[in-house]
Design a binder for this molecule. Structure first.
Ligand code: MG
Length: 248
């Protein structure tokens, strides 16, 4: 085992959008949803929208087809596959619908890469539980990848040995930037699927090898001008995958 646990958020992290909004938009229910939202909680209202779809004669297969079209960057799928190949343990902590998550991940062939999906959670408490259950067996390093306000609490649970990957120009990035004194892990921001892939493979190499199996010959890291001094971004002049050994 690689000794690494990678915890992903789902909406706007693994996929490019919010999965609820994607489904509502595709079925033309967005306006109705936001009309009702002021008087109903989000999740019960989503259940109501699913019932609405059913009453319109839409089937599960129709919803699956819409979910299969959810925008996802191909490099993110590759990053998931690479992390799994390296022997990392992969988990998702998200407030997205588990059926949506499962359908989308199955469509891209990476459902089996994940050992645990936790939906509608208190992110921070889930992160603590994961750390306790995993740390009981061994001292592992965590990579947390997210974008939203809900990802900030678990980010605070990470330790010096861990890595945080906030999506640049999204709420988590701003929160981390403003609260850098409270953030212990190494922070590596990313903008899109290309950068997520490059940064994640660089981190995995670093965490696994601490020098051996290094890709330093084709990778440089430089500080960039941003609000958070400790944020760095990896600059890759050469593609990383060819330099990374994949276990048999
Ligand atoms: Mg998100």
């Amino acid at each position: 085992m690689a000794g690494i646990v990678v915890v992903f958020d789902f909406d706007s992290t693994i996929i490019e959008c919010d999965s609820d909004n994607w489904v509502l938009d595709e079925f033309g229910l967005t306006e109705k949803f936001y009309e009702l939202l002021p008087n109903t909680l989000w999740n019960p209202l989503m259940d109501k929208m699913m019932y609405e779809l059913h009453s319109q004669g839409k089937t599960i297969e129709d919803i699956v087809q819409v979910l299969n079209r959810t925008p996802i960057h191909p490099r993110i799928v590759l990053a998931i596959e690479a992390a799994h190949s390296f022997g990392c343990e992969l988990k998702i902590v998200s407030d997205a619908n588990t059926f949506f998550i499962e359908t989308i991940l199955k469509h891209h062939g990476v459902w089996n890469c994940f050992s645990e999906i936790t939906a509608n959670p208190s992110y921070g408490l889930v992160m603590e539980r994961i750390q306790k259950s995993v740390d009981a067996a061994s001292e592992k390093k965590y990579i947390y990848v997210g974008d939203g306000n809900g990802d900030f609490c678990p980010s605070l649970k990470l330790k010096d040995k861990d890595f945080l990957m906030p999506r640049r120009n999204f709420p988590l990035f701003d929160l981390v930037s403003k609260n850098s004194n409270h953030i212990k892990p190494e922070v590596h921001a990313w903008r899109n699927g290309e950068e997520l892939y490059d940064v994640m493979l660089h981190i995995m190499n670093k965490a696994i090898g601490e020098g051996k199996n290094s890709v330093s010959s084709c990778t440089s890291t430089r500080s960039i001008d941003c609000k958070l001094g400790s944020i760095s971004i990896d600059v890759h002049n050469n593609p990383l995958p060819s330099a990374l050994p994949v276990p048999p």
